[in-house]
Ligand binder design. Structure first.
Ligand code: PMP
Length: 357
């Protein structure tokens, strides 16, 4: 007789993997996860609610979310067979690595970069190769060519604008990366592009292995909806279909996303306010002794300061939550603040002025 165990050990390679996620703390000023501070317009929720009665929820959803893909394609100026959606851009990235990653493939990442990339790589058993961005974190043609030559990756993830730096890569850098990695799926994660970066979505028909990933969580103000999408070649869509779970996008979500696309302009009009506040915050940070903000094209600002961890904790005591990156390689002494409402930003600046230095 073998003995009975009280628990089943997790996969050995996941033993030291902590569940990932920024703290969700109940504090008055939450500026740590890059959502948009302004909620979606009230007429949006009314429009969604008025359509709920027509949904036949006894039936499974449209597995291929055809209408949503058609509407996304129209919004992007492409065709539905080049578009695919999932539950947040994180799930898109997961599906891409399920399809193109795995133990005998290499994923190239740039440092610093988005912290979920290594986690998604790990759960899909995809080995990572990392390459440092230059000192000022600006991706250059030289950096991406060197990285691609050295590592011969099968997949590359590059966030543009980058998170947590907020810094953009120019279009020629993406082209150079695509050319220098001749086997690789080049995934450009444009989670923040609507805030001011440069998109390469128009290049998907020219660069055959380019995939652009976007989300409704940031500029579209619908982080609670969990919807992301990709645009690329039709074969990419065919391949992610192999790994997606059937009916992964529920019927209510498909309706809510289609309704949001119909009101696109109303959703995005807050961006000018975000840009103005970003300029104001960056300017104020520059006036504080020893505080160095990085220039940002996104809805957040990374800044370096002495005793960053102490400042993070002291701000939290005052009810202001930002993101602490000070322990991360290449980001020593760095904190990141999401652009909030004018009042929230004032509270952040006041708290930092009190605790910095
Ligand atoms: N990519 C980047 C660069 C991000 O910063 C985030 C969110 N923090 C995501 C992807 C994932 O966003 P979501 O899953 O909400 O679409």
């Amino acid at each position: 007789m073998t003995g009975r165990a009280d628990r089943v050990p997790v996969r050995t390679d996941l033993e030291d993997l902590e569940p990932y996620g920024a703290p969700q703390l109940d504090v008055p000023v939450r500026l740590n996860t890059n959502e948009t501070a302004e909620p979606p317009p009230s007429e949006y929720l009314e429009a969604v609610a008025s359509r709920l009665g027509d949904l036949g929820l006894n039936r499974y959803p449209d597995r291929s979310h055809a209408e949503l893909r058609q509407r996304l394609a129209e919004a992007l100026g492409t065709t539905a067979e080049r578009v695919w959606a999932a539950n947040g851009s994180n799930e898109i990235l997961l599906q891409l690595l399920q399809a193109y990653g795995g133990p005998d493939r290499r994923l190239l990442l740039f440092r610093p970069g988005y912290s979920m990339y290594p986690v998604i790589a790990r759960v899909t058993m995809t080995p990572i190769v990392e390459h440092d961005l230059p000192e000022d974190f600006v991706p250059t043609v030289e950096t991406v060519e060197k990285a691609a030559d050295r590592h011969a990756p099968h997949v590359v993830f590059l966030a543009n604008p980058n998170n947590p730096t907020g810094i953009r890569a120019e279009r020629e850098v993406i082209r150079a990366l695509h050319d220098a990695a001749p086997q690789a799926l080049v995934v450009v994660d444009e989670a923040y592009v609507e805030f001011g970066g440069v998109s390469v979505i128009d290049l998907i028909e020219q660069l055959p292995r380019l995939v652009v990933v976007r989300t409704f969580s940031k500029a579209f103000r619908l982080a609670g909806l969990r919807l992301g999408y990709l645009a690329g070649q039709p074969w990419v869509v065919d391949d992610v279909r192999r790994v997606r779970l059937p009916y992964h996008l529920d019927t209510i979500k498909q309706l809510a996303a289609i309704t949001a696309l119909e009101m696109q302009d109303v959703f995005l009009e807050h961006r000018a306010r975000v840009a103005a506040e970003r300029t104001r915050i960056t300017g104020s940070l520059r006036t504080m002794p020893d505080v160095e903000p990085f220039p940002s094209d996104a809805n957040f600002v990374l800044f370096r300061l002495p005793q960053a961890k102490r400042a993070f904790e002291a701000m939290l005591e005052r009810g202001v939550l930002v993101r602490d990156f000070s322990d991360r390689p290449r980001l020593e002494g760095c904190l990141r603040v999401t652009i909030g409402t004018v009042a929230e930003n004032d509270e952040f600046l006041a708290a930092l002025r009190k605790v910095a230095g």
